[in-house]
Design a protein around this ligand. Structure first.
Ligand code: NAD
Ligand code: MG
Ligand code: MG
Ligand code: MG
Ligand code: MG
Length: 340
C-alpha cells in the first residue's frame, strides 16, 4: 500500500508563516482561500480586472488584489484559474513577480506536465490537488472533515517543498482525510484519463447510447431516463461505499447475473483498446495540444461539441422530468464552476 499522510505528518506552522496568494476564485479557489484563512493562514486573492468573483471574495472578508500585486506580496502562489488560461495569466502577471525563495503551487499538473509553464530558478514548484469538487472541499472542511488530496513536488529549490505542500494540504483539511504523494506526470495523465475514458467521457457516452437504444425501440423517454441516468447515482454510491462487489450484493440476483453476462458484451475488449489509444494521446501530448490549439482558435470545436451535447434528447427529457421530482431539488442552473 502507498503511504498516506495525516494531520500528525504535517506542520501547519510552515504555511501559517507564509503569505499565500490564491489566483482565481472559482470552484477550487474559494475553497482553498476560505479553508486556509480559517486555518490561520494569511491569504489574499488575485483576480483579473473586472472579475465577477471580486464581490463574492470580498463579501467573505478576503482581500482582493490584481494578480500581479497579489503575487508580488506573496511567498506562495496557488494558481486556480482554468487550466487553459493559466499559461497566459502566468506569462502576463505572475512570472515577473516571482522571487527566488517563492513557491508556485498548482491543483492540477496540466501546464507543468505539457510545458506551458516553466518556473524560474529558485522557485519551488509543487501541487496540492484535492480529489473532489471545490464546493465539497469547503463543505467537508466546515463540517470538521476533509477531502483527500494528492501532493507532488516538481522542483524543490528550497529543500522544503514537500513539507510545505503537506502543510498546505493540512490547511485545506486534506490531511484529516489522507494525503498521497504522486508526481506531476502521474497526476496529470491519470486525471485526464479518468475523466476522459470513464468519469465524464465514458459514462456520458454510455448513458446516451442506453437512452438512444431504448427510445429508438419505442420505449417512453421518461422511462428510459430513469433506467439509464437517474438510477446511476444509486449504483455509483454503492460502488464508492463498498466496491463493485457491494453494488452486486445490493441488486437483485437477476440484475447481478445480467451484469456478468451482458456487461462484457456492451463494454467489450475493443473498448479497452480504445482506452489505450486515449491514454497514448494523453501521454504523447496530442490531447493537450488539441485542447489548447482550439482554445487559441476561439474555442470553436469546444463550443460546437458543447452545443451538440446540450441538444441531445436526453437533456430535454431530464429537464422536464426533474421539475416533477418533489424529492429532488432540480438544479438546472450551472453557475458554480466545474468538478473534474
Ligand atoms: P473555475 O473555472 O471554477 O474557476 C476559475 C476562476 O479563475 C474563475 O472563477 C475566475 O475567478 C478566475 N479566472 C478566470 N480567468 C482568469 C484570468 N484571466 N485571470 C485571473 N483569474 C481568472 O476553475 P476550477 O474548476 O476551480 O479549476 C482551477 C484549477 O483546479 C484547475 O487547475 C483545475 O484542473 C483544478 N482542479 C479543479 C477541481 C474542481 O473541483 N473544479 C478539482 C481538482 C483540481
Ligand atoms: Mg431497473
Ligand atoms: Mg444481490
Ligand atoms: Mg474543470
Ligand atoms: Mg481534471
Amino acid at each position: 500500500m502507498t503511504e498516506m499522510f495525516y494531520d500528525d505528518d504535517a506542520d501547519l506552522s510552515l504555511i501559517q508563516g507564509k503569505k499565500v496568494a490564491v489566483i482565481g476564485y472559482g470552484s477550487q479557489g474559494h475553497a482553498h482561500a476560505l479553508n486556509l484563512r480559517d486555518s490561520g493562514v494569511d491569504v489574499r486573492i488575485g483576480l483579473a480586472e473586472g472579475s465577477s468573483s471580486k464581490a463574492k471574495a470580498e463579501s467573505e472578508g478576503l482581500r482582493v488584489l490584481s494578480v500581479a500585486d497579489a503575487v508580488a506580496e506573496a511567498d506562495l502562489v496557488m494558481i486556480l484559474t482554468p487550466d487553459q488560461v493559466q499559461r497566459t495569466v502566468y506569462a502576463e502577471s505572475i512570472e515577473k513577480n516571482l522571487k527566488p525563495g517563492n513557491a508556485l503551487f498548482f491543483a492540477h499538473g496540466f501546464n507543468i506536465r505539457f510545458g506551458y509553464i516553466e518556473a524560474p530558478e529558485g522557485v519551488d514548484v509543487a501541487m496540492v490537488a484535492p480529489k473532489g469538487p471545490g464546493h465539497t472541499v469547503r463543505r467537508e472542511f466546515e463540517a470538521g472533515r476533509g477531502v483527500p488530496a494528492l501532493i507532488a513536488v516538481e522542483k524543490d529549490a528550497s529543500g522544503k517543498a514537500r513539507e510545505l505542500a503537506l502543510a498546505y494540504a493540512k490547511g485545506l483539511g486534506a490531511t484529516r482525510a489522507g494525503v498521497i504523494e504522486t508526481t506531476f506526470t502521474e497526476e496529470t495523465e491519470t486525471d485526464l484519463f479518468g475523466e476522459q475514458a470513464v468519469l465524464c467521457g465514458g459514462v456520458s457516452q454510455l448513458v446516451q447510447y442506453g437512452f438512444e437504444t431504448l427510445t429508438e425501440a419505442g420505449y417512453k423517454p421518461e422511462i428510459a431516463y430513469f433506467e439509464v441516468l437517474h438510477e446511476l447515482k444509486l449504483i455509483v454510491d454503492l460502488m464508492v461505499e463498498g466496491g463493485i462487489n457491494k453494488q452486486r450484493w445490493s441488486v437483485s440476483d437477476t440484475a447481478e447475473y445480467g451484469d456478468y453476462v451482458s456487461g462484457p458484451r456492451v463494454i467489450d475488449p475493443h473498448v479497452k483498446e480504445n482506452m489505450k489509444e486515449v491514454l497514448a494521446d494523453i501521454q504523447n501530448g496530442n490531447f493537450a495540444k488539441r485542447f489548447i490549439d482550439d482554445q487559441d482558435n476561439g474555442r470553436t470545436e469546444f463550443l460546437e461539441l458543447r452545443a451538440k451535447g446540450e441538444g441531445h434528447p436526453i437533456e430535454k427529457t431530464g429537464r422536464e422530468l426533474r421539475q416533477l421530482f418533489s424529492w429532488l431539488k432540480a438544479n438546472d442552473d450551472f453557475t458554480e464552476g466545474s468538478v473534474a
